[in-house]
Design a protein around this ligand. Structure first.
Ligand SMILES: C[S@@+](CC[C@H](N)C(=O)[O-])C[C@H]1O[C@@H](n2cnc3c(N)ncnc32)[C@H](O)[C@@H]1O
Length: 226
């Protein structure tokens, strides 16, 4: 029986049974060096948008095997990786051995319930929103606002439907699978206005959006100061 897209725990646990399976679904390859180089790119985007400060506690929604956490943790006070899949977190734990300021947290797939209100300086989610239903994307934007301290920063991204390469992703998925055969985790694009709307509706201030590489849409903002 095919899995439901919204049953994230069962879908992503099944996709991450081995290290190679997990790497493939996170990035499309298993080469650790390329993995590391891509993570450096993500770090550069975080620096350019929400900034990275040594006193920050950073939380990642959908951290996978800790691709970004491994390069980000040395620059911050604490890095908390949240994921719906215990398999992903198990691999992340092994990859991040030796980093003393890392915490891993399994979540339900719909919220950040184990994380207290007003407790972190920065929240981000990268390469995750394309796998979520729109309602659950917004649910995480609301949760980010809840767990951030006043003045805290949030970043999220998705493939941009309005970009040339984003449209190719859309068309490939549309034509490759019959409706009944679509994988539960299939990427669904977004747009800059969608992300902007979610952040503004949730209550973020200083909301900004941008695009990158004719592929990504991303948005960032700040929780209003108390
Ligand atoms: C494509 S991977 C990206 C991982 C990581 N963000 C990175 O950039 O390397 C998507 C990750 O999101 C996780 N995920 C999927 N649905 C989720 C949900 N509803 N809540 C939390 N994590 C989720 C998956 O288990 C997987 O680890």
């Amino acid at each position: 029986m095919s899995q439901l897209r919204g049953d994230y725990k069962s879908v992503w646990t099944a996709l991450s049974g081995t290290r190679d399976d997990a790497y493939m679904v996170v990035s499309g390859y298993t080469d650790e060096d390329k993995f590391h180089a891509d993570a450096e790119d993500t770090l550069a985007i975080l620096r350019a948008t929400i900034g990275i400060r040594p006193t920050d506690t950073f939380l990642e929604i959908g951290c996978g095997v800790g691709r970004v956490g491994r390069v980000l943790a040395p620059f911050v006070q604490e890095w908390i990786g949240c994921d719906v899949s215990a398999n992903m977190l198990g691999i992340a734990k092994r990859r991040l051995l030796g980093l003393g300021n890392v915490r891993l947290q399994e979540v339900s797939g719909y919220d950040l319930q184990p994380i207290p209100d007003n407790s972190v300086e920065a929240v981000y989610s990268t390469v995750v929103f394309m796998h979520l239903e729109e309602w659950d994307r917004y649910g995480y934007v609301l949760e980010a606002l809840r767990v951030l301290k006043p003045g805290g920063r949030f970043y999220c991204d998705n493939v941009d439907l309005a970009s040339k390469k984003g449209w190719e992703v859309f068309e490939e998925s549309r034509t490759k699978f019959s409706p009944a055969a679509r994988p539960a985790q299939i990427s669904k694009c977004s747009t800059q206005p969608e992300l902007e709307t979610f952040l503004k509706r949730a209550g973020f201030a200083e909301v900004r959006v941008a695009g990158r590489l004719d592929f990504w849409a991303y948005a960032w903002g700040m929780k209003p100061p108390a």
